[in-house]
Design a protein around this ligand. Structure first.
Ligand SMILES: NC(=O)c1ccc[n+]([C@@H]2O[C@H](COP(=O)([O-])OP(=O)(O)OC[C@H]3O[C@@H](n4cnc5c(N)ncnc54)[C@H](OP(=O)(O)O)[C@@H]3O)[C@@H](O)[C@H]2O)c1
Length: 305
């Protein structure tokens, strides 16, 4: 099958050819991929910083959408031909930048008809990350004031929208040019991160919990949280506990039923996901380069056939 990935950790992304996955195990599903997401976490996997349990040569990619092509013997929730989205890691075979993606049935979600494959593919990782940060890590409660630091990105915007959906008053940091999109996503106030006084302004607003999405800035985000509040970071930079705040590191975990619920919110228009660029499989290197350069909240996908 056609794929894109790496020959060695740290190497350039290039087209590769692999055998299609063998028949699925009893609780597994093979997805015929129609679109796969490209995020900056794929660059971390490319350089070996995220162990996907696989060694090069390997296809990259941990999120996809498409049709169910094969199901294992004990799978009851999916049938061949179903439209689905999936985040799966560690990898069971090759990554999602390939014509077929093998995943556990428990990692797969039914895809509502209203959501196209490209949107669903780019939604899986950032939406699960945002939901796990808000509900599992900071245990956000209705009526709390939530800071999202680094709200201008794909994951950041979903943190804002989900926070508002769960009843928080959301304060977001972003660039002035992205403020309109953040307000549309549900931010009550957008603080410009280029204004160095933003942490002080945030502190004055009384932040109950914060989620950091800016690499290296969890410690700065912590300074805005009230004593005894909650901080989660999704960028592997947890500061030491302080003032009764115990920072939590969040790493996205596959969860099919949760992804299905999030996709229903996307289909209903409650959550935003804007696909800004589509590339074909042979251009995966350029897709990843675009993500590295920054996309200001627009997602990048590979589309197939
Ligand atoms: N732990 C996990 O499982 C997990 C999962 C998903 C993502 N992540 C990580 O979380 C981070 C954010 O993800 P993403 O998908 O939102 O990335 P993204 O789409 O690349 O967005 C990054 C955004 O950060 C904003 N930004 C840059 N410098 C900033 C600063 N100094 N202060 C505030 N905002 C700043 C920019 O906003 P403007 O465009 O407004 O300038 C940019 O759009 C990435 O590092 C990613 O690797 C981790």
């Amino acid at each position: 099958m056609r794929a894109a990935g790496i020959d060695r950790f740290g190497g350039d992304v290039r087209p590769l050819d692999f055998d299609a996955p063998a028949s699925p195990g009893p609780d597994e599903v093979v997805v015929a991929v129609r679109a796969a997401g490209v995020g900056n976490w794929d660059d971390i996997a490319r350089t070996g910083g995220w162990d996907l349990g696989s060694q090069p040569p390997m296809a990259l990619g941990v999120e996809a959408a498409g049709f169910v092509a094969e199901v294992g013997g004990t799978v009851r929730d999916f049938a061949v031909g179903d439209r689905v989205a999936v985040h799966s890691a560690p990898l069971r075979a090759q990554g999602a930048w390939a014509e077929r993606f093998l995943a556990g049935a428990a990692e797969v979600a039914a895809l509502p008809d209203e959501v196209d494959f490209a949107t669903a593919a780019a939604f899986a990782v950032p939406s699960l990350t945002a939901d796990q940060a808000l509900r599992d890590a900071v245990e956000l409660e209705d009526g709390q004031t939530l800071l999202v630091h680094g709200a201008g990105g794909v994951t950041g915007r979903l943190l804002v929208a989900l926070g508002a959906h769960y009843g928080a008053l959301v304060i977001a940091t972003g660039s002035p040019s992205g403020a309109e999109a953040l307000t549309a996503a549900g931010a009550a106030q957008v603080l410009s991160y280029s204004d160095s006084s933003w942490p002080e302004t945030a502190r004055e607003l009384g932040i109950d919990c914060a989620v950091n999405a800016v690499p290296g800035q969890a410690a700065l985000a912590l300074t805005t949280v009230r004593d005894g509040g909650h901080l989660a970071t999704i960028t592997s930079d947890p500061p030491a506990p302080a003032r009764g705040i115990r920072p939590t590191e969040v790493y996205v975990a596959p969860d099919g039923p949760r992804l299905a619920a999030l996709l229903r919110l996307l289909a209903a228009g409650t959550l935003p996901l804007d696909v800004g660029a589509r590339f074909s499989l042979p251009d995966a290197a350029e897709a990843l380069a675009q993500v590295r350069r920054g996309t200001h909240g627009s997602a990048v996908v590979l589309t197939f056939g």
